[in-house]
Design a protein around this ligand. Structure first.
Ligand code: C2E
Ligand code: CA
Ligand code: CA
Ligand code: CA
Length: 280
């Protein structure tokens, strides 16, 4: 038994060592990912339940490391945010997405929006608004195409500055969305505080809805109603099954995003999906 226990200990510590090694590899290599052109963007459609059309896309960052392979943004975005790397990477993402929007406009596509995830640190950077304005101006795209997704942590550090920047974005014509709604602590008060036009309801609501039933359903209904009554549009994240979609439709959900419609895909595929006739 002693030997067995010893082996298990060895097994777990080996697993831990592998995990530490991965974390170390990611930290060491993410520093060069931008310069080495290892990033690319994918786009996940957002589907409107009433018009049965894809109305927008969320742009999501991907890192394909030649040494580590595909690394999830969940693993490396926090590292970029800890260092100041999120600023140049954020700028690159912005330029990348604006270039894509320009291309789609030139191809004649109309009535679409693209959402970009904005790190709080990037948004609070003194150059942020200037950067945004100059790239939009340089590329001559319509600012109305853009949605900036931010999380509620934006309101924690410097609420006044956050309100000011978000308002300026709105004046430019850029829409603002509150991402991961319901995962933090102050979600409801943030809705009241910040100038935002859209609420993205976190996937955890759907998971809980199916696990604990009635109570979670009532809460989700409440969230959708509150957002609607505040004049904000809603996007339900992480919809994976037709059953979930039907339930959400009954609750009055407007827009959905999730694997049921499509996974995040490269731009060419994403825009193709708009031609498809949707039955949901
Ligand atoms: P997020 O902003 O909440 O993005 C939604 C995440 O949910 C994406 O993961 C997406 O692939 C995933 N997802 C979409 N539909 C489904 C579904 O039906 N089921 C499940 N289980 N998952 C679904 P991803 O791309 O791995 O991104 C993770 C997080 O990394 C994002 O969460 C966001 O916080 C961050 N991130 C990704 N791209 C960027 C970026 O360009 N800039 C910044 N600042 N953060 C980013
Ligand atoms: Ca997001
Ligand atoms: Ca989200
Ligand atoms: Ca998230």
């Amino acid at each position: 038994a002693k030997k067995h226990g010893g082996n298990r200990y060895v097994f777990f510590s080996q697993e831990l060592a592998n995990q530490n090694e991965r974390v170390r590899l990611i930290a060491n290599n993410v520093v060069h990912a931008l310069a080495n052109q290892e990033y690319f963007m994918v786009y996940q459609p957002v589907y409107d339940l009433s018009t049965k059309k894809i109305t927008s896309y969320e742009a999501l960052l991907r890192w394909e490391s030649p040494i580590i392979g595909q690394v999830s943004p969940v693993e490396f975005i926090p590292l970029l945010e800890e260092s100041d790397l999120i600023i140049p990477v954020g700028r690159w993402i912005f330029r990348q997405v604006i270039t894509q929007i320009k291309l789609w406009e030139e191809e004649g596509h109309e009535d679409f929006h693209v959402a970009i995830n904005i790190s709080v640190k990037h948004m609070m950077h003194p150059d942020f608004l200037y950067d945004v304005k100059s790239i939009i101006h340089e590329m001559k795209i319509s600012p109305q195409r853009l949605i900036f997704e931010i999380t509620e942590t934006v309101a924690v550090q410097n609420t006044d500055l956050a309100i000011q920047i978000l308002s300026e974005l709105n004046i430019l014509g850029v829409k603002t969305a509150l991402d991961d709604f319901g995962t933090g602590y102050s979600s409801l008060s943030v809705l009241k505080l910040l100038p935002i036009q859209q609420v993205k309801v976190d996937r955890s609501f759907i998971v809980e809805m199916e696990q604990d039933g009635e109570k979670s359903l009532v809460i989700l209904q409440g969230v959708l109603d509150i957002a609607k009554n505040l004049g904000m549009s809603t996007v339900m994240e992480g919809v994976e099954t037709p059953e979930q979609l039907e339930l959400l439709r009954e609750l009055g959900a407007q827009k959905i995003q999730g694997y049921l419609i499509s996974r995040p895909v490269v731009a060419e595929l994403a825009i193709e999906l708009r031609k498809q006739t949707w039955l949901h």
